[in-house]
Design a protein around this ligand. Structure first.
Ligand code: ATP
Ligand code: MG
Length: 410
């Protein structure tokens, strides 16, 4: 299933033009899936920012000035250059392996950049035309919370994608199974990551035209740059996988167990709200430090959402939900509010879940309220927050709201 079907869809290899001829495709040839409600036929980035994303810095849409507004440009890489960059896909360059194939770190001399190269599993991949159309579409999406797709290689039967390299790896690497020498994520960093990931999703839902349903949002697909700057990776990649009755596709269409919205799992009904559900699961993982699915836990706690649902109903139980690795170092109201956002996102009824723009508003606020973890239990304002006098603090403690009790951090 694709939400960017191309008109004149064809697998006929005999009619295929040489790959290089297809580097520039007119977006006018591409039809929009009407079920997604997009109004304009051309794919790209909406010109008018919607009211709920006004505060965002400008989106880095591709400069198409050379090719005209309706043309897509994407960089092609020769297979030999990618092989050279990864020392012939040597094991010590391997970053990891996921459902689509292996990811290698490499240095591409032609662009003088360290990159991540994803070598797609060749079994049953789509034909050239579909592959190129999808890649070119994805290469149009640019936002500071999306991992940049730099280009691709489609030499022979090879299919590789070249991404910007994310030096801190995935969010999953920072939440679970931490080595003793690895720093645990503090509350502020968690909120920064959650807010940034929500902004990436908001771009896909509200700014990309037609909207892109991510459908595989999970902690391993949130990659981290310097300063823990989060970026979503693999958006839209599900479309590049095998087609037909290959076993792989059924698992991809279903997303990842534990993150999948109930209506999507049961009826295949895929909407923007399915992504909001998956985002809620990720947010819960960020807050609780528990995996979406963890069969090593005691019965009743395997599924994170099922474990959390009864706890959401009782505010007094909220503190039990905080990741023990936080060691109590979080703003109490901030925790409540973040859990309230997660609870709304994972509601059974899609219509009850918020739109991602509202999630961004809430999480951006929470991320802006810095909590000072150095204060060893005495919550106080972080550097950069206007200083308060001791008298102010005393006044607040004696008669102030709980906002003040929690160091104004929520
Ligand atoms: N651009 C990148 N920069 C740095 N590391 C990356 C990059 N892309 C992927 N990785 C790393 O490569 C590993 C495998 O990623 P991959 O996307 O193939 O698998 P996954 O995210 O676990 O599952 P899925 O196939 O469902 O996305 C992950 O550990 C990820 O951190
Ligand atoms: Mg991935």
């Amino acid at each position: 299933m694709s939400w960017f079907p191309c008109s004149g869809k064809s697998n006929k290899k005999s009619k295929q033009k040489p790959i290089d001829d297809q580097i520039f495709l007119s977006t006018e040839k591409l039809k929009v899936n009407p079920s997604l409600g997009a109004k304009e036929p051309a794919l790209g980035v909406k010109k008018e920012p919607s009211s709920d994303v006004k505060k965002e810095p400008p989106v880095h849409s591709k400069d198409n000035s050379k090719n005209g507004p309706n043309q897509i440009s994407a960089q092609t890489f020769a297979f030999r250059d990618l092989a050279a960059a990864t020392k012939n896909f040597r094991a010590d360059c391997l970053l990891g392996e996921g459902g689509f194939g292996r990811v290698y770190k490499g240095r591409l001399e032609s662009i003088n950049k360290v990159v991540a190269i994803k070598q797609l599993d060749r079994n049953g991949l789509q034909g050239n035309r579909e592959f190129l159309v999808e890649v070119l579409m994805l290469s149009l999406l640019h936002h500071h919370n999306l991992v940049n797709l730099l280009g691709y290689c489609a030499d022979g039967d090879q299919r590789l994608l070249v991404y910007e390299y994310m030096p801190l790896g995935s969010l999953e690497d920072h939440l679970y199974d931490l080595r003793p020498d690895k720093m645990r994520l503090d509350w502020n960093t968690r909120m920064k990551i959650a807010a940034g990931a929500a902004k990436g999703l908001e771009y896909l839902h509200n700014k990309a035209n037609p909207p892109v349903i991510y459908r595989d949002l999970k902690c391993s697909n949130i990659l981290l740059g310097e300063g823990y700057h989060p970026k979503l990776s693999d958006f839209g990649l599900a479309k590049l996988g095998p087609v037909g009755d290959k076993t792989h596709v059924s698992t991809r269409v279903m997303g990842t167990y534990g993150y999948c919205a109930p209506e999507y799992a049961m009826t295949g009904q895929l909407t923007l709200k399915s992504d909001v559900y998956s985002f809620g699961v990720v947010l819960l993982e960020i807050i609780t430090g528990r995996r979406a699915i963890d069969n090593s836990r005691v019965a009743g706690e395997h599924n994170l959402v099922a474990w959390a649902r009864p706890l959401f109903k009782d505010r007094r139980k909220f503190s039990q939900m905080a990741d023990p690795l936080l060691q109590g170092q979080y703003p109490v109201r901030g925790l409540y509010q973040a859990l309230a956002v997660a609870a709304m996102c994972v509601q059974e009824q899609p219509s009850m879940r918020p739109v991602i723009a509202d999630v961004v508003t809430a999480l951006s606020y929470l991320a802006s309220q810095k909590y000072d973890t150095d204060a060893q239990g005495n919550t106080r304002l972080a550097p950069g927050t206007p200083p308060r006098t001791k008298r102010d603090v005393n006044k607040n403690q004696s008669g102030g709201s709980d906002k003040d009790q929690y160091g104004g951090s929520n």
